[in-house]
Design a protein around this ligand. Structure first.
Ligand code: SF4
Length: 595
């Protein structure tokens, strides 16, 4: 963080300087820490400038010029998602900053890159992290309600790393170390590069899929949807091809995703000597660290392909699991941490019960995707990892100093085939609430979300009740529901609210759909159609979206007016009144009638 720290260990010039929009936390859940540790492990020295003041260049100069390159990230979360609520109101807190006080600019990767280019015109700049990854091609930007260029066209960076970046950053560092010419570093899996229009015209384009250009996708929603489906198809580390998208001043070339990490590789990364602490210069806590400080990442990837999630476009659909032994070693190390009180708060990944899932096809041709009309959920070729996961949880609980091993990552309920699995995790690994994400109940909406239908959730609840009745402590299902998704009408929200009422599933944990970059749902929101089927979709916007959100919290009296309006719009006046089945009392209706 300071030049003095480097000098204390004999460093006068760093090989790589990471500039991050997050506070610096040395924990494997924080991307800058992982990339920094991986580079150190490969023999490169790394300095970190966390949350520099973008109004004052001196923060960017404090570690000098790196020998190889600057690596710039907006942080663990897209800076616009971090700064704004779905209603586009600016948030007051930033979970990744000291004391929760916001300390990064909007569109941080672009702002930081511009400053570095000005201060160090000769230095190579690599951008990465979730913001760069999911804005790597022309994309819809909800906050400006426009189609923006690839972030690599907007930022004066040389290479963009997408997906999980360990493999890419090492390859770039080694290439830069030997060649010292970033322009010659090309065709690294999991990166995008840019080329001039002139070079593109003369280039051999064999093996490159050309997407509709930026101007076409900006001006035509049909072309936008076509480009989205084309790039999605190539998002396969085994058989994906290079794709190119011409922009007015440059051409962005996306190489296929990086090869998934082997078990040995992922074990090695997570066993690097992370301190699980924020940098000692911070006086206040970094809120995002506290819930994950003693959590374990058991795997990466998700083959669920929910439409509103960008994971398939970032971590990928192939599950990369760590070995049981590596996780045990990590937990044993955690037990020696002075602040550890005996609770491992999570053992999971994007979906906890995908640990050790695999399919023989993954190594030969990558995971099938919805563009091929097949997904892994329910496929007979998929081999689940329930036994390995349960065995792991049991082994971790037996480690001296561990009192509880909890699962706080989401459980994919439609993968649960075995009552004994559910019983075991409910008994031993759930701290009162089993988090599941049906997201909706209306089949019109779950189909668009690529989530299982209502019947699958009904079946799961039946099993859960059976299992719950026999167990000693009371457990609850904590379902996540989403309003305002493309394809969702007020009638669908009424169906969802009635389901919540009848099953006593009312929860504070609901979300209003936010069109974040590079998801299928965002493509639907912008274009009004499903990019994979071409089917036209109803898109709730404006007041209707607010009403839909209110319907999930129909008990909150502040929402009575909106809920009443929603019920009237859907012709469900029978749900306004004082009977136990009513979602809202008749207060607002009467007041309006009086007026
Ligand atoms: S064969 Fe089935 S499990 Fe294997 S990748 Fe394809 S859909 Fe997934």
């Amino acid at each position: 963080m300071t030049m003095e720290e480097g000098k204390r260990i004999g460093i006068d010039e760093y090989d790589v300087i990471i500039i991050s929009g997050d506070a610096y936390v040395d924990h494997p859940s924080f991307a800058a820490a992982i990339i920094g540790r991986v580079l150190w492990d490969a023999g490169f020295s790394v300095g970190i400038i966390a949350q520099p003041d973008w109004n004052n260049g001196s923060d960017f100069e404090k570690l000098g010029k790196p020998r190889l390159f600057f690596a710039i990230t907006s942080g663990n979360v897209d800076s616009m998602v971090n700064h704004f609520a779905p209603s586009k109101k600016r948030r007051k807190k930033d979970q990744y900053s000291e004391g929760g006080i916001p300390k990064r600019p909007d569109r941080a990767a672009i702002v930081y890159s511009n400053i570095i280019r000005k201060l160090f015109p000769e230095s190579a700049i690599i951008i990465g992290g979730i913001e760069a990854s999911l804005r790597r091609l022309a994309h819809y930007d909800y906050w400006s309600d426009s189609v923006r260029q690839s972030i690599l066209a907007d930022a004066p960076a040389d290479i963009l790393v997408y997906g999980m970046g360990e493999r890419q950053i090492i390859e770039i560092a080694k290439s830069q170390d030997s060649m010292r010419n970033v322009k010659e570093i090309v065709q690294i899996g999991g990166t995008c590069e840019k080329t001039s229009i002139r070079e593109w015209k003369n280039k051999d384009k064999s093996g490159i899929i050309e997407l509709p250009d930026y101007i076409s996708v900006r001006d035509s929603t049909d072309e936008f949807a076509r480009a989205f489906a084309m790039q999605y198809q190539e998002n396969n580390p085994v058989k994906g091809r290079r794709v190119a998208q011409p922009h007015p001043k440059t051409v962005i070339i996306q190489n296929p995703p990086a090869r998934p990490l082997s078990e040995e590789e992922i074990d090695h990364i997570f066993e690097l000597p992370f301190q699980r602490e924020a940098h000692p210069s911070y006086k206040e806590k970094i809120p995002a660290l506290e819930p994950v400080r003693f959590s374990i990442t058991s795997h990466r990837g998700c083959y669920g392909e929910c439409s509103f999630c960008a994971l398939a476009n970032h971590q990928g659909r192939i599950i990369q699991s760590r070995s049981r032994d590596s996780i045990i070693r990590e937990v044993k190390k955690i037990t020696r941490h002075p602040d550890f009180r005996g609770t491992i708060t999570d053992v999971g990944g994007p979906t906890a019960n995908m640990y050790k899932s695999h399919c023989p096809r993954w190594s030969e041709s990558g995971a099938c995707s919805r563009t091929e009309k097949a997904t892994c959920i329910g496929c007979p070729s998929l081999v689940g990892g329930d036994n390995e996961y349960l065995g792991l949880l049991t082994d971790l609980s037996a480690i001296r100093g561990v009192k509880h091993v909890f699962i706080s990552s989401g459980i994919r309920y439609d993968l649960i085939r075995d009552e004994a699995f559910l019983r075991a995790i409910c008994r031993n690994n759930i701290s009162g609430h089993l988090k599941v994400a049906p997201e909706h109940i209306s089949d019109n909406v779950t189909k668009t979300m690529n989530k299982p239908p209502r019947k699958a959730f009904d079946n799961f609840l039946e099993i859960f009740i059976r299992v719950g009745m026999k167990k000693p402590k009371k457990q609850y299902v904590l379902p996540y529901f989403m309003s305002g998704h493309p394809g969702c009408r007020i009638d669908d929200m009424v169906e969802c609210a009635e389901y919540i009422r009848d099953r006593r599933l009312y929860t504070e944990q609901v979300q209003d759909f936010t069109p974040t970059p590079m998801t299928a749902s965002t493509c639907m929101y912008h274009t009004g159609k499903d990019p994979f089927t071409g089917q036209k979709l109803y898109i709730p916007k404006g007041r209707e979206k607010t009403i839909q959100r209110a319907m999930l919290h129909y008990r909150d009296h502040r929402n009575s007016k909106l809920v009443t309006e929603g019920l009237e719009r859907s012709g469900r006046g029978d749900l306004i009144g004082n009977s136990p089945l009513c979602l809202v009392n008749s207060h607002y209706k009467k007041r309006r009638e009086k007026r």
